[in-house]
Structure formats: structure tokens, C-alpha cells
Design a protein around this ligand. Structure first.
Ligand code: IMO
Ligand code: MG
Length: 427
């Protein structure tokens, strides 16, 4: 299986960081295709605990080439901070490349993300305020600045001055805030350009060559399917295609290249930010999961909303991505539960539905219909084979396989690499 996409199947924070760090051992290249520094991927390995926002979670394996594709929006300050932080802790960042076509997050994107959120009042999306939405708006609005532009100063200055003229009309006119300054931003980004120059290249060509040579390539997603701009709980979503298909446009690779698509699901659900989440537990059980699992955002530190596994959005996620298998994370957390609920349908205005409605307000009215499964109540963090898991845990996984319509490939039973059960090899 040379080319496999690994994507979030719920509302983000499914534990993609651990999984990609683990799988990266087997591959030649890890290529990230979407999102930006809104992502927060926690990796715990022999080198320590790391929180990555932009650098692919394959960086800890010396032989692996890491690529940030054109579909990612890059905040150069965050990227350089991350590279410096990794180097300071002894992680080499030498086989690392950034697409010349990747759009940059500019200071006015950060400013506008905050201003837009505040103007939404009670309807705020609860963004990470990392400038993601405004940066993708400029990309689609054809007024964005791309990484490669930093290497062509005249083009850069011209594009930047056009963009700033437009932004300042909005910043001062609409939001009555202080305008941003062209020279300041230009000088700062020229400095970033000098530092980033060795990394910036046509990564689409690198990916094509790797595929040509039958190298193993892991396509790394960020966020989750329910945060997808088209198939998420719009408007409470991020501004990109978070789904597997996004790897095509986000890296420059044809859809026939995929050998596998693995969706990462947490054994329960979490969500950070606003928007509907039918299985959210606002009671003691939700609090117990949050505390036991330390469910706090890696990017913003916000407490995550917790709830039972939602099989309705799960099946939907499997359908719109075309998962060939799923990866289940944090199964060990459920060991504290005497019994475990799984949502298999919703009640919506008196009707039973098995597909999530398209609108966020209808989804917010959905009442989960639960099936209750017995818990196992013993520590499973030492399980390394499927058969090491207690019967109840195996039944839980089997029930999820039925609901999702695809088999489990990897099950994580702890934060460390070795705390993993491989059911089916992905590479
Ligand atoms: P990883 O890759 C969880 C959420 C935000 C907010 C919405 C829009 O770690 O899974 P944005 O800043 O993207 O405009 O915010 O999306 N969000 C995430 N939630 N994990 C993430 O990334 C997220 N990235 C964005 O909380 O609700
Ligand atoms: Mg995260």
C-alpha cells in the first residue's frame, strides 16, 4: 500500500498526531495537505512530548521527507518557531519542504479573524483565531500571498500593497480599527523569506517523483470531516477541505493514486468551538471523560466538549471520505466506564434519521438514540494484539465496524507509540 491518506473523521483532535508519528516509521514521505496552525497535533515519543501545528508529524523519523503542500496556509512566524523549537530539542528538520504555492497567513489575517469573530457576537464560530478563514478567503478571492512570492520581492511587494489597500479599507471602514502598515509587513516577511528560502520548492513535483519511484507516501490530514467546509456542520467549520479528497488538490496528486484512506476516530467524541454535537454530554459523565482524558485544545487550551461515539456522523464521515479502514484512538479512556453508549440514529422532529441533516440548526435539534454496551473496567494499555483486548472492548470495536461499514486497522490504547494494536497493516 504505497499511498495512504490519514484524515480526521470527527471534529478534529482525534489523535492524528500520534498515529502519523507511528505510521511514519514505515514510509518515505509524510505530506500534509490542508489547514494551518489551527491544527494542534500532540506527539509523545522517545524524544519527548511535542505539540505540532504545521510541521508534519513524520518529522521525528530521520529518513522521512516531510512536505507542507500547497493546500496548507502557513503562518511563517509559527512555522519558524516550530522549526527552532524542534531543533532546540534535538530533532533534525532537514528533510523538510514547503510548497511554493502554499498561501501565507499575514498579520491582517490574524487581525481580521479576531474582528470577524467579535462581530459575530453570539453566532461566533469559536475559531482558533490563527487567521485561517481570512487567509483562505484571500486565496479564493485571488488576493493571497504565496510562499514562493517571498522569493520574488517585486512581485511580493506589488501583491502585498494591493492586498493591504483592500484590507485597510475593511479594517478601518468596517471595523474602525487601526490600519496595518505596508513597510512593516514587507520588511518582516522579507526576513521570513530569507529563512524559509531553503525549504520552499515545488513540492508537487517531489510527491510525483516519490510516487513514480513507488515510495511510500502518507498523506496527512488536519482537522476533521465534520469541520470540512462542504461536508462539516456549516457554518461551524474550518475553511478547507479536510477530507481525503483534499489531498488531491492540496498536494497535486490524482485520485487514482490512493491505495488506502484511513479515517481517525476517537473512541468517543470531542469538539472544541461552537456548533452542534448531538452526543455532547453536559453532565458528570462528560466531565469525567474530559478530566480523565485531559481533553483540552492543543492550540488554544480551551476545554473540549465531550460525548459518546456518534455512529450517525461516523457512518456519514466514512461515506463522504470513502474510508477503506478506520483507526480508533483513546480506547483506553473508556476503560473507566461501567457501560458505554453508542449513538446509532437520531430522533429529529419525531422521525428517526440515520443520516445527519445538512443544516446545523436541524442537527442541533437531533436527539441521539443510544445503544448501550458493557464496559470492560480493566486497564488495556498493555494490549498489543486484538486478542489481548477484553471481550467487551473487542465487541465495541466490532460494533463500530458494523456502524462505519469498514474494518478497524489500528487501535490506540495509550499515548506512546508502542501502546498500539495493529489489526491490519496500512503500509
Ligand atoms: P486538529 O488538526 C479541533 C475548529 C475550531 C473552530 C473551527 C474553525 O488538531 O484536529 P478555524 O480556526 O479553523 O477557523 O476554526 O474549527 N478547529 C479545530 N478543532 N482540532 C483542530 O485541528 C481544529 N482546527 C480548527 O475550534 O470550531
Ligand atoms: Mg488538535
Amino acid at each position: 500500500m504505497p499511498t495512504v491518506a490519514v484524515v480526521g473523521a470527527q471534529w478534529g483532535d482525534e489523535g492524528k498526531g500520534k498515529i502519523i508519528d507511528l505510521l511514519a516509521e514505515k514510509v518515505d514521505m509524510v505530506a500534509r495537505f490542508s489547514g494551518g496552525s489551527n491544527a494542534g497535533h500532540t506527539v509523545v515519543n522517545p524524544q519527548g512530548e511535542f505539540k505540532l501545528h504545521l510541521v508534519p508529524s513524520g518529522v521525528f523519523h530521520p529518513g522521512v521527507t516531510c512536505v507542507i503542500g500547497n493546500g496548507v496556509v502557513i503562518d511563517p512566524a509559527v512555522l519558524m518557531g516550530e522549526i527552532d523549537g524542534l531543533k532546540a530539542r534535538g530533532v533534525a528538520v532537514d528533510r523538510f519542504f514547503v510548497s511554493d504555492r502554499a498561501h501565507l497567513i499575514m498579520p491582517y489575517h490574524l487581525l481580521l479573524d479576531g474582528l470577524e469573530e467579535e462581530s459575530r457576537g453570539k453566532g461566533a464560530i469559536g475559531t482558533t483565531r490563527r487567521g485561517i478563514g481570512p487567509a483562505y478567503m484571500d486565496k479564493v478571492g485571488r488576493i493571497g500571498i504565496r510562499a514562493g512570492d517571498l522569493l520574488e520581492r517585486d512581485t511580493f511587494r506589488e501583491g502585498l500593497s494591493q492586498a493591504i489597500e483592500q484590507k485597510n479599507r475593511i479594517i478601518t471602514g468596517l471595523y474602525k480599527a487601526e490600519p496595518v502598515k505596508l513597510d512593516e509587513i514587507y520588511d518582516q516577511y522579507c526576513q521570513y523569506g530569507e529563512r524559509l528560502a531553503p525549504f520552499i520548492t515545488s513540492t508537487d513535483l517531489m510527491v510525483a517523483e516519490a510516487l513514480e519511484q513507488n515510495k511510500k507516501v502518507l498523506l496527512e490530514g488536519a482537522q476533521g470531516t465534520l469541520l470540512d467546509i462542504d461536508f462539516g456542520t456549516y457554518p461551524f467549520v474550518t475553511s478547507t477541505t479536510t477530507m481525503a479528497g483534499g489531498a488531491c488538490g492540496g498536494l497535486g496528486l490524482g485520485p487514482l493514486r490512493f491505495d488506502g484512506i484511513a479515517g481517525v476516530f476517537k473512541a468517543y467524541c470531542t469538539r472544541v468551538g461552537s456548533g452542534p454535537m448531538p452526543t455532547e454530554l453536559l453532565d458528570e459523565t462528560g466531565e469525567r471523560i474530559r478530566e480523565h482524558a485531559n481533553e483540552r485544545g492543543a492550540t488554544t487550551g480551551r476545554p473540549r466538549r465531550c460525548g459518546w461515539f456518534d455512529g450517525v456522523v461516523g457512518r456519514y464521515s466514512a461515506r463522504v471520505n470513502g474510508f477503506s479502514s478506520f483507526i480508533l484512538t483513546r480506547l483506553d479512556i473508556l476503560s473507566i466506564m461501567p457501560s458505554i453508549k453508542v449513538c446509532t440514529a437520531y430522533k429529529l422532529d419525531g422521525e428517526t434519521v440515520v443520516d445527519p441533516p445538512y443544516s446545523a440548526s436541524a442537527l442541533a435539534r437531533c436527539e441521539p438514540v443510544y445503544e448501550e454496551l458493557p464496559g470492560w473496567n480493566i486497564d488495556i494499555t498493555t494490549a498489543r494484539k486484538f486478542d489481548d483486548l477484553p471481550e467487551q472492548a473487542r465487541s465495541y470495536v466490532k460494533r463500530l465496524e458494523e456502524l462505519l461499514g469498514c474494518p478497524a486497522s489500528v487501535i490506540s490504547v495509550g499515548e506512546r507509540r508502542e501502546q498500539t494494536v495493529i489489526v491490519r497493516e496500512l503500509f
